[in-house]
Design a protein around this ligand. Structure first.
Ligand code: PGA
Length: 257
C-alpha cells in the first residue's frame, strides 16, 4: 500500500451466495462492527437481486454497494441482462467487470470487457476491472505480457480522466477459490507490472494514483503480508467476504500501517 498517493480499497465479491434476507443480516452486522479507523474504502459486490437490500441497510454507512456484472447496451432485447443505468438508479457505485469466472463460464472476451468499461463509465459507475493469468500461462512465462495485454485491451479508448474512476484487480485464476494464494512477491510484482502499463498509457500521475488490488484466496491470515507490498492497494475477496468476522479482520489489516 502507498497511502500517500492512492486509496486502499477492500472489496468483497459474494459471487452467487446469499439471499436478500441473509444480505440484510450481514449488512447490519458489518455496519455495526466497522472499525473506527477509516483508512480504507469498503465495497460489497452482491448478487443483483440483493442490491436493494444491501443499499437500504448500508446507505448511511461508508460501505459502497457494487454489482458483479452489467450489459454494455443501455437497453434492448437482451433477456436476462442488466444495464448500467438500471444499477446507477438503484444507488450502485461500483461494478466488477471481467471477473475470470465471467470470462471462463460466460464467454466474456477482452472486447466485451472493454465495452462494459465504457458503459459503466458513461452511467457514472466505477469499474473494478479484473485481470489474471491461468496456471498454464504462468508456467509458460507469459504472465506479464498477458496481463499487460488484458489491461490495454480493457482500457482501449478510456481517457486519463476516466481512468481515475477505475480500480484494477489482479486475480491470478489459479488462486481464485483454490486456497492457493499468490506469494506477496508474486502479487506485488504483477501489480507493479500493471502500474507500469498505466504509466505508459496515462503518465506517472495517473499510474501513481490508481488503486490496484490483489484477489485470490486472500484471508485474515495472509492479508497483512499481501497488503504490505507497495503496489498492492487492497483486496478483492471472495470466500472470506462471506463471513463478517473474516471480512472485518481483513478490513482491520488494511487499516494498519
Ligand atoms: P476467493 O475469490 O477469495 O474466494 O479466491 C476471489 C475472487 O474471485 O474475487
Amino acid at each position: 500500500m502507498n497511502r500517500k498517493y492512492r486509496k486502499t480499497v477492500i472489496a468483497g465479491n459474494w459471487k452467487m451466495f446469499k439471499t436478500a434476507s441473509e444480505t440484510r443480516i450481514f449488512a447490519e452486522d458489518l455496519k455495526n462492527s466497522l472499525p473506527r479507523a477509516k483508512r480504507c474504502s469498503i465495497i460489497l459486490c452482491v448478487p443483483f437481486v440483493n442490491i436493494p437490500s444491501a443499499i437500504k441497510v448500508l446507505k448511511d454507512s461508508r460501505v459502497a454497494v457494487a454489482a458483479q456484472n452489467l450489459h454494455w447496451e443501455e437497453q434492448g432485447a437482451f433477456t436476462g441482462e442488466i444495464s448500467a443505468s438500471m444499477l446507477a438508479e438503484l444507488g450502485v457505485r461500483y461494478v466488477l467487470i471481467g471477473h475470470s469466472e465471467r470470462r471462463q463460464y460466460f464467454g466474456e472476451t477482452d472486447l466485451t470487457v472493454n465495452k462494459k468499461i465504457h458503459a459503466a463509465l458513461k452511467a457514472g459507475l466505477r469499474p473494478i476491472l479484473c485481470v489474471g493469468e491461468t496456471l498454464e500461462q504462468r508456467e509458460l512465462g507469459v504472465t506479464a505480457d498477458l496481463i499487460s495485454y488484458q489491461v490495454k485491451a480493457a482500457l482501449s479508448g478510456v481517457s486519463a480522466e476516466d481512468m481515475r474512476h477505475i480500480i484494477i484487480a489482479y486475480e491470478p485464476v489459479w488462486a481464485i477459490g483454490t486456497g492457493k494464494t499468490a506469494t506477496p512477491e508474486q502479487a506485488g510484482e504483477v501489480c507493479g507490472t500493471i502500474r507500469t502499463v498505466l504509466r505508459k498509457l496515462y503518465g506517472a500521475r495517473v499510474a501513481r494514483g490508481s488503486t490496484i488490488q490483489y484477489g485470490g484466496s486472500m484471508n485474515p491470515q495472509n492479508a497483512e503480508r499481501l497488503l504490505a507490498q507497495a503496489d498492492v492497494d487492497g483486496g478483492l475477496i471472495g470466500s472470506a467476504s462471506l463471513n463478517p468476522s473474516d471480512f472485518l479482520q481483513i478490513i482491520s489489516a488494511a487499516n494498519r500501517e
